[in-house]
Design a protein around this ligand. Structure first.
Ligand code: 6GU
Length: 230
């Protein structure tokens, strides 16, 4: 899968994809991440990407021409498995189900919004979807793009060591998680400052362990995320 990112801060992305699962998947050729500097599609001396909003308001708005030019250069013709996603706090909420849907595409192009907004014609006439990662305001879409790419990347075949492992995690529907949070985990030492790991996990009875894990997941979900239990 190929991820394109359109941003005015290309250097931002030197960090997020240089580690762990995403780094290994890139090195193995399972995915490719191409960072595009929006300023490459400006025509003026100052490489202007933003302007003052019509009607008067605080701050600056990302102009539509450089964004349309960039997308139309990256994809002169667009196939149905090449999707443009505008990242903005006004978007539809990103979740695991959306990640599973997005992973079906051959390529995604993520547009990072900035400042107080993006000219609405990008959302209306260029983007397939407008996506937000949560109910809070970030100063730009760059962190959101990194979140979306990490979440989708680890669902791709060949990215996680164990093909099955993502199916058991929190939120991954169709897995044994059943929409619950992941079950809590412990590792050595079995006792730390007097706090013991649950005995049942040490006794090797796999039936009992599975039962414990289901009830621990349900308990933790009820306590921290009752909304997931409907
Ligand atoms: Cl995608 N962008 C910005 N600027 N803020 C956000 C967001 C995106 N998602 C949540 N907050």
């Amino acid at each position: 899968m190929i991820f394109h990112v359109l941003t005015i801060f290309p250097e931002f992305f030197e960090g997020p994809f240089a580690y762990g699962v995403v780094k290994r998947a890139k090195d193995a050729g399972v995915l490719e991440i191409r960072i595009h500097d929006l300023r490459n599609w400006t025509n003026d001396r100052h490489r202007t990407v933003d302007d003052r909003p019509f009607g008067g308001a605080e701050g600056m708005v990302l102009k539509c021409e450089p964004i349309f030019s960039a997308v139309e250069t990256i994809w002169p013709q667009r196939r149905t498995d090449q999707k443009v996603i505008l990242l903005s706090p006004q978007g539809r909420l990103f979740d695991q189900a959306m990640a599973n849907r997005l992973k079906q595409n051959a390529e995604l192009l993520l547009i990072c919004g900035r400042y107080e907004g993006v000219d609405e014609r990008v959302a209306e006439h260029l983007a397939d979807e407008e996506v937000s990662i949560g109910n809070y305001v970030l100063s730009g879409g760059e962190l959101a793009a990194a979140v979306v790419i990490d979440t989708v990347a680890r669902l791709l075949p060949g990215v996680l060591g164990n093909e099955a492992s993502s199916a058991f995690e929190s939120f991954q529907e169709g897995g044994h998680g059943e929409g619950l949070l992941d079950c809590p985990q412990w590792t050595r030492p079995a006792e730390f400052r007097g706090w013991k790991a649950p005995e049942v996990l040490l006794n090797g009875n796999h039936g009992e362990i599975a039962k414990f894990r289901r009830s621990a997941a349900r308990e933790k979900t009820a306590k921290l995320r009752p909304d997931l239990l409907e």
